[in-house]
Design a binder for this molecule. Structure first.
Ligand code: F6P
Length: 366
C-alpha cells in the first residue's frame, strides 16, 4: 500500500438518500489517514472522460450527510462494458469501453475505487475488480434487494416516505368511501410495499414474490363493507404480477439502459377493482418522491458507517469486498455474494407472517 493512498469514489444507478453521507464519511476518514479522495462524476462516465474528476476535501463534504441526492451525480445508463455509442451510420450500438476505464484509472495514479451502488453498479464494480482494479463496494438502493447485507441505505427513507403517504391517504379514502391504490417502487422485490403497507395499515399488499388473484383482492375489500368499513388502502409494488399475468412496464426506452422501467400496475389493479366491486377507486404512484430529500437518521448513520468501514477495508487491503450490515456490526462480504442474486422477501419472513396475522391480504387464499 502506498504511503498516501489516492482513492476514487463514484455513485452509480438510481440515487438514494444517504449517498452524500457515504461520501462525507469516506472523505473525512481518508483525510484522517492523510489519504486523498477523488470524486468520479456520473457513475463510471467520469472514468471514461476524466476531465471532470475532482479532488474532494473535508471542507467540501462536511455536513452534507443530511442532503439528499449525490454531489457526484449518478446514472443508470452508463455501463462501460456495454456502452451505447453512435456509430458512423448514426445507429446506436453497444461497445465494450472497459479497457479505457482501466487505463485512465492507472494513468491518474489511483490506488482503489469505492463504488457506491445497487446491483447493476456493483456488478460493474465486480467486473472491474476482475480486470485488476482494487474495488470496495458500498450497498445502496431504496429497493433493499441486494444480497449479503441485512439492509441497504436508502431503504428506510423510502419506506418512511411511503408510510407517511399511506397515512395521509386514509382520511381522504375514508371521507369518500373509496379504494386508494398506492403503487410503490422496489423493482422485483416487495420490501418497500411490505414494510410501508403494514406500517400504514393497508388492507391489501401486492408484492412480486406472491402472484395475486384479483378476485381474492376484491373479496377482501368487500369484506369491510359488512362491518361498515367502506374504504380501503391497497399497496402495490411496481413489480407485482397477477396470477398467470406479466410484469407491467414502460419498456427499455432510453439508450444504454439495461433494465426495463417498471410502472403502471397500480392503475391496472385500480381499474380492475372498480370494475369488479363497483367501488369508487383511485390510484396514485409515489414514484421518485421515495428517493428524494433528506435521509432518515437510520439511513444517515448507516451510510456514514458504511463509508467509514469502506476506508477501513482499504486499510486492510480487503478489495473485491462490499461493506454490509450484519447487526449489530458493519462487516464485509465478497462482492460476488452481493451481485450473485436478488434478495427478495422470504415467504416465511416474520414480517410477512405478521401481516397475515393482523388481517392483511396478499391476494392469495389464506
Ligand atoms: O432501483 C431504484 C429504483 O428507484 C427502482 O425502484 C425503480 O424501478 C427505478 O429505480 C426507477 O428508475 P429511474 O430513476 O430510471 O426512473
Amino acid at each position: 500500500m502506498s504511503e498516501r493512498m489516492r482513492i476514487a469514489i463514484n455513485t452509480g444507478g438510481g440515487d438514494a438518500p444517504g449517498l452524500n453521507a457515504v461520501i462525507e464519511a469516506v472523505v473525512l476518514s481518508a483525510y484522517n489517514r492523510n489519504w486523498e479522495v477523488y470524486g468520479i462524476k456520473q457513475g463510471y462516465q467520469g472514468l471514461l472522460n476524466t476531465e471532470d474528476i475532482m479532488r474532494l476535501t473535508p471542507e467540501m463534504v462536511r455536513n452534507i450527510s443530511s442532503i439528499g441526492g449525490t454531489i457526484l451525480g449518478t446514472t443508470n445508463k452508463g455501463n462501460p462494458f456495454k456502452m451505447a455509442v453512435e456509430n458512423m451510420a448514426g445507429e446506436v450500438e453497444e461497445r465494450d469501453l472497459s479497457d479505457r476505464v482501466v487505463q485512465n484509472f492507472h494513468r491518474l495514479g489511483l490506488d482503489c475505487l469505492i463504488a457506491v451502488g445497487g446491483d447493476g453498479s456493483l456488478k460493474i464494480a465486480y467486473d472491474f475488480f476482475k480486470k485488476g482494479i482494487p474495488v470496495i463496494g458500498v450497498p445502496k438502493t431504496i429497493d433493499n434487494d441486494l444480497a449479503g447485507t441485512v439492509v441497504t441505505f436508502g431503504f428506510d427513507t423510502a419506506v418512511s416516505i411511503a408510510t407517511e403517504a399511506i397515512d395521509r391517504l386514509h382520511s381522504t379514502a375514508k371521507s369518500h368511501d373509496r379504494v386508494m391504490v398506492v403503487e410503490v417502487m422496489g423493482r422485483n422485490a416487495g420490501w418497500i410495499a411490505l414494510n410501508s403497507g403494514i406500517s400504514g395499515g393497508a388492507k391489501v399488499i401486492l408484492i412480486p414474490e406472491i402472484p395475486f388473484d384479483m378476485d381474492i383482492v376484491c373479496e377482501k375489500i368487500m369484506e369491510g363493507e359488512v362491518v361498515g368499513e367502506r374504504y380501503a388502502i391497497v399497496v402495490v409494488a411496481e413489480g407485482a404480477v397477477p396470477l398467470g399475468g406479466t410484469l407491467v412496464h414502460k419498456g427499455s426506452g432510453e439508450a444504454g439502459r439495461q433494465e426495463v422501467l417498471l410502472g403502471g400496475i397500480g392503475a391496472v389493479v385500480a381499474k380492475s377493482i372498480a370494475a369488479k366491486t363497483g367501488k369508487d377507486t383511485r390510484s396514485i404512484v409515489l414514484g421518485h418522491l421515495q428517493r428524494g430529500g433528506s435521509p432518515t437518521t437510520f439511513d444517515r448513520l448507516l451510510a456514514l458507517r458504511f463509508g467509514s468501514t469502506a476506508i477501513r477495508l482499504v486499510e486492510k487491503g480487503l478489495f473485491g469486498h462490499m461493506v454490509a450490515l450484519s447487526p449489530p456490526n458493519v462487516t464485509s462480504v465478497p462482492l460476488e455474494v452481493a451481485v450473485g442474486s436478488t434478495k427478495c422477501v422470504p415467504l416465511d419472513s416474520d414480517t410477512l407472517l405478521t401481516a397475515r396475522d393482523i388481517g392483511i391480504s396478499f391476494g392469495q387464499p389464506e
